[in-house]
Design a protein around this ligand. Sequence first.
Ligand code: SF4
Ligand code: SF4
Length: 189
Amino acid sequence: MITLKIKNIEKLKAKAKTGKNNKLIICSLCPAWNFTKDEISNLARELNAEEVRIPVICNKPEINLNVDGTVFVLACGVGVQVVSESLNITAVPAADTTGIGVKDKDGKISKYCIACGDCIVDETAGICPKTRCAKSLLNGPCAGVHNGLCELSTKDNPIKCGWNEICVRMVANNEKDKFMAIRMPKIKR
Ligand code: SF4
Ligand code: SF4
């Protein structure tokens, strides 16, 4: 699924029109995977916007809507563009599209891909370093790894070092030499 992050609420509120019928268009697919119903309702309340649910906006459904105030869109960047195109308006994204990801059993969402257009995961134990290394390094781990965690971890948000994961899997699969070849700096003499 597409991973989404709700934008700064105060900045969004500044874009809502007072005394007008603001709308929050919500795609039925990825937002429901990223956010709880309460989170979505709270967002609509904060924006003083009416919730309008539209099934799978990337299928380009027909959208009929009287536009009066600001049209916020809770969807990926594609959804915002489709709504703008369909209504011939400038819709406002209520969330940022951060990547493509997975949800663990405990509900934690993790990015696995940023759609770079040049997939290399067969070289890196089936783990994407561009996404799962916090610095998108192509020959980690860097010196910031500690006990398998990235230096950008916080107490509330431990982040696994993607390169540590790659190393552990490659060593377990007898690919240590291949891993060391990735690690070697490419020096031109
Ligand atoms: S290398 Fe990573 S970001 Fe690029 S396509 Fe593959 S998984 Fe996605
Ligand atoms: S500690 Fe690991 S995940 Fe963090 S920046 Fe370094 S290599 Fe990347």
